[in-house]
Design a protein around this ligand. Structure first.
Ligand code: 13P
Length: 248
């Protein structure tokens, strides 16, 4: 169960959230719970995260260091206690020109520095209406995963986020979410074989909330959720984490 805060919450609002969820989340052995706050909040939240919450970054650069104004490296993240990083979120692909190749390089770099990349895939509404989803997903998954070290694939998490469902209130039906997560799993199998594909955690994201999360994660190929808007509210966040915990 992952919450992507995007560009929301000030320092004070973030601390309030952390105090409200502290000691109220399900045990990490039952469900892995992660938030992805804006970069400037990472250090403060890592210090206060408690036992059952992990902290991830929303982005990082694929180089170790260099003259890349505004960027953050994997090593910078890891050494302050960040454990996960979002890679290839559709907002990064659309607004910041992140290419399939960038996504692959970032995933490689994350794994080299012991971070878990949460790699996102999804089609636009136009592609969906033109029945192009499967081709798009195949291209994105192959491009993102090609060449990643097989022995580190257990650290990788994937997320299916149809762009038409993100921030729109138009959640994919549980059946569509399951069908596409299953398809993504089959693309993982093409590259890394059945065992890796079966063990891969694949999340669904796009207008997930406390009312619909149970029906989504109940699906056999949906292993969890990547939540935007509803993850900003601490009581909704706790509620959703327990719904995933009871389901899986
Ligand atoms: P919403 O839950 O607000 O639709 O956002 C989904 C998302 O983009 C999570 O990464």
């Amino acid at each position: 169960m992952a919450g992507n805060w995007k560009m929301y919450k000030t320092y004070d609002e973030a601390l309030k959230f952390i105090y409200e969820v502290n000691n109220k989340l399900p045990n990490k052995d039952v469900v892995e719970t992660i938030i992805f706050p804006p970069a400037m909040l990472l250090v403060s939240l890592v210090k206060r995260q408690g036992d059952n919450l992990e902290i991830g970054a929303q982005n990082m650069h694929y180089e170790n260091c260099g003259a890349y104004t505004g960027e953050i490296s994997a090593e910078m993240l890891r050494t302050v206690g960040v454990t996960h990083v979002l890679v290839g979120h559709n907002e990064r692909r659309r607004y910041f020109a992140e290419s399939d190749e960038d996504v692959n390089k970032k995933a490689q770099q994350a794994l080299e520095h012991s971070l878990s990349p949460v790699i996102c895939f999804g089609e636009t509404e136009e592609q969906y209406l033109h029945h192009n989803t499967d081709n798009i997903l195949r291209r994105q998954v192959h491009a993102a995963l090609i060449g990643l070290p097989e022995d580190k694939m257990d650290k990788v998490i994937l997320a299916y986020e149809p762009i038409w469902a993100v921030g729109t209130g138009k959640t994919a039906t549980p059946e569509i979410a399951n069908e596409k997560c299953k398809l993504i799993r089959s693309f993982v199998e093409e590259l890394y074989g059945k065992d890796t594909a079966n063990n891969m955690r694949i999340l669904y994201g796009g207008s997930v909330n406390p009312d619909n999360i149970k029906s989504l994660v109940d699906q056999p190929d949906v292993d969890g959720a990547l939540v935007g808007g509803a993850s900003l509210d601490s009581s909704k966040f706790i509620d959703m984490a327990f719904k995933v915990a009871n389901q899986k």
